[in-house]
Design a protein around this ligand. Structure first.
Ligand code: AMP
Length: 403
């Protein structure tokens, strides 16, 4: 796992897959550079070791042809600033001109390639495309945890062309280590807090966590399916009718496995889905017709906080309510603060999955939890217990090197 620390990068052309899939405003300024900053330690290590950097990434979801709004040229300036090196840019990620640019690079120089997804072969996992990318460098480093769950050309297929010279970057290793630590060596009590919109997206995680956690807290939109499953009146709240049985199975399984399941007891309801709607607090199992629950209530906040603050290991995925709207963000904020309080008392806390990360950043608490995962979908699949193709492709190499 730590091969990057001992590898000799001197005079090597190092092809690094990063995740620079960052948000841009309408003037193409990067509005959140977390993912760029996350790759800097790996990039600096390679430069300090005397290597040349050839950086590959995707940005957004371009449909067919190259589109300027998805061009990685927008990343050149912020990356140059963060690295302290003038980053060069190649208008394509493959082809003769790109190859020629790579061939003339000297140690200490940095080239950023254009968006990989301007070629459909990237997401299709094309072997010939991966081979062409591979021809640009001598070493392959994967530091893009966010795409590790995809068997794309630059994340997985490419690794076979570097049987002895492939490794994880620091960001990728840290992500894997933090999740592995929590899933295999969590101190007790271990509490998982799951929220967000739907039960359907979280069921595989719930199943995998059931054998590991002491407490399972359910909040957000998915809570109303549980409440309906046990006979509550949920008004017009978000309910997945086809997941009511699933919710009942989770309740049963928690009982069998001695996991304490915490479901909200009160909720903030609104007469419409919007921040201008009328709101009130009510018991979560007695929501009037025409009203919908959009946040956890004060009694639930207290109970959840108590459980969280007495935990020694915490996993948080998914907001407790529609935290994007100020009237329904309180529960999410209180949960974030409880996690921070537990962390300050020594608990290990891992926050991950797009919206919980957005929430923890919104409240400026990201540096007060133990680890914030940058890889939404990849993190969820890893927690579900799935093997990530991008990780496997590198680990096979590690085994080869060991042989
Ligand atoms: P997910 O991507 O499944 O983690 O869901 C995140 C989304 O769930 C956020 O955009 C929240 O606004 C939304 N959400 C949380 N609580 C509720 C709720 N009670 N009703 C509807 N949407 C919710």
């Amino acid at each position: 796992m730590k091969a990057i620390d001992s590898y000799n990068f001197k005079n090597k052309k190092v092809l690094v897959r990063v995740d620079f899939n960052v948000p841009l405003d309408d003037k193409f300024n990067v509005t959140d550079d977390t993912r760029i900053r996350a790759a800097i330690p790996t990039l600096k290590k390679i430069l300090a070791g005397g290597g040349t950097l050839i950086i590959m990434s995707h940005l957004g979801r371009p449909k067919n042809l190259p589109e300027d709004k998805f061009s990685l040229r927008h990343i050149v300036a912020p990356l140059s600033k963060l690295l302290g090196v003038d980053v060069k840019f190649s208008k394509d990620c493959i082809g003769a001109a790109t190859k020629a640019m790579c061939d003339t690079l000297k140690p200490g120089e940095v080239l950023l390639l254009e968006n990989l997804r301007f070629h459909t072969e990237e997401t299709k996992g094309s072997e010939s495309f991966a081979k062409e990318l591979a021809s640009l460098g001598d070493v392959y480093v994967n530091d893009a945890f966010g795409t590790a769950h995809r068997a794309h050309a630059s994340t997985t297929i490419i690794a076979q062309f570097f049987p002895h010279d492939k490794m994880f970057g620091y960001c990728m290793s840290a992500e894997l280590e933090s999740i592995d630590n929590l899933m295999t060596k969590a101190k007790k009590p271990f509490t998982a807090i799951l929220g967000g919109a739907k039960v359907s997206g979280k069921i595989a995680i719930i199943e995998n966590l059931m054998d590991k956690v002491d407490n399972l807290i359910i909040g957000g939109g998915m809570a109303y399916t549980f409440i309906k499953a046990v006979g509550g009146k949920v008004g017009s709240s978000l309910v997945e009718e086809d997941r009511i049985d699933t919710a009942l199975q989770v309740i049963e399984s928690a009982k069998k496995k001695n996991v304490k399941l915490y479901i909200p007891t009160d909720t903030i309801i609104a007469d419409a889905f919007g921040n201008d709607a009328n709101i009130k607090t009510c018991a979560i199992n007695n929501i009037p017709d025409g009203w919908l629950g959009l946040d956890i209530g004060p009694e639930t906040e207290k109970e959840f906080s108590k459980v969280i603050e007495s935990s020694n290991a915490i996993l948080w995925n998914g907001p407790m309510g529609v935290f994007e709207m100020s009237n329904f963000e309180h529960g999410t904020k209180v949960v974030a603060e409880a996690i921070v309080a537990a962390t300050s008392k020594g608990a290990f806390s891992l926050v991950g999955g797009g919206d919980s990360v957005a929430a923890i950043n919104k409240y400026n608490l990201a540096d007060k939890v133990s680890y914030v995962s940058t890889g939404g979908g990849a993190m969820l699949e890893y927690i579900e217990g799935k093997e990530l193709p991008g990780v496997k492709a590198i680990e096979e190499a590690v085994e080869n090197i060991a042989k």
